[in-house]
Design a protein around this ligand. Sequence first.
Ligand SMILES: Nc1ncnc2c1ncn2[C@@H]1O[C@H](COP(=O)(O)OP(=O)(O)OP(=O)(O)O)[C@@H](O)[C@H]1O
Ligand SMILES: C[C@@](O)(CCOP(=O)(O)OP(=O)(O)O)CC(=O)O
Length: 386
Amino acid sequence: MTVHTATCTAPVNIATLKYWGKRDKSLNLPTNSSISVTLSQDDLRTLTSAAASADFQEDQLWLNGALESLDSPRTKACLADLRALRAAVESADASLPKLSQYHLHIVSENNFPTAAGLASSAAGFAALVSAIASLYELPQDMSELSKIARKGSGSACRSLFGGFVAWEMGALEDGLDSKAVEVAPLAHWPTMKAAILVVSDDKKDTPSTTGMQSTVATSDLFQHRIHEVVPKRFEEMKKAIVNKDFETFGELTMKDSNSFHAVCLDSYPPIFYLNDTSKKIIKLVHKLNELEGHIIAAYTFDAGPNAVIYYDEANEAKVLGTLHKYFAQVQGWDKKDASALNGGVDIDGVDPEIYKGVSKIILTSIGQGPQKSTQSLINEQGLPKN
Ligand SMILES: Nc1ncnc2c1ncn2[C@@H]1O[C@H](COP(=O)(O)OP(=O)(O)OP(=O)(O)O)[C@@H](O)[C@H]1O
Ligand SMILES: C[C@@](O)(CCOP(=O)(O)OP(=O)(O)O)CC(=O)O
């Protein structure tokens, strides 16, 4: 039996200017442009192998060791687009195997919790699209492929690039101009770091799609956000990234997280993603920045209570040192020497039991986009190795 395979990894991205709201639900077309930082795959990544064979009976996906349905319209849309591009390649060269007509076996592993507010769907769809595009030897560039990943999950389109990434919302009804582009590569600002305080790795209450639909339908504040706030912020944040201006980048990042959670609260009925621990972390970061006299740390929260805190390596002693003072008991510090963690400052009014609301800290940094891998998860029969 002949089995064609390819394997790719893809990263998680965490938005600093949030995507929240769809103008087209089936194509995942957003109501505003967004910006994100791609995180290092050393800490958070999806590894996906894709195989095609004339002997396969049906399309199948194994996610983290269990068979997962491929019936969702989102996954079907991604597979249909990729097959259409492969069919075009095959019609231009009759000597190529007709992979577009074969069923696919896809095996994927996330090295972090799935569906827990850590952007697994972003890394997952970016890896799925990258692995199949590699299997099909597609000529399309990353921006083109990002339009396919977008149909899987909006935020996934940004995981096709490393470094700093913008998702341009586009204006066309068919979504052909709604794609991810690179704002700056990893090498432009490699000292950007992220500390993720995992407040909960439970499945979230209100799924992003449902939450967005409710916000678009019911929040008045949302109209102000998408028309007045985000367009200006989008340009300002890109400029701050190009200038490596952490103060401006950090301020815009925090304000945008707050704006996103404000429109969630303004939805009817309201949507709550932050919990008491999240709010205590927000206060801690503001007090740290006040003590320093300028912004050295910036928080952002997605559709859940987990905090992502961005900082520049130049301020690592102070930022991580301070977090260590309050969260020393949580797991995840082992990759840092104790000597690197004693530069923290005391902050008035922080609940000494704040650490009880946090299960672990993930210390990571900015990273690269999808990578080809030789570590196949599929055996010669086209089935999962484990
Ligand atoms: N490696 C993967 N390959 C394919 N699909 C995946 C993969 N990982 C996750 N997914 C899909 O994404 C879904 C989880 O998306 P969901 O939006 O609920 O959580 P999340 O992305 O972890 O959180 P958030 O969007 O709040 O950051 C999974 O149920 C699965 O359908
Ligand atoms: C708060 C966010 O993380 C929302 C992400 O939403 P998704 O990309 O998960 O939504 P779907 O398009 O419905 O799959 C903000 C962001 O990542 O920009």
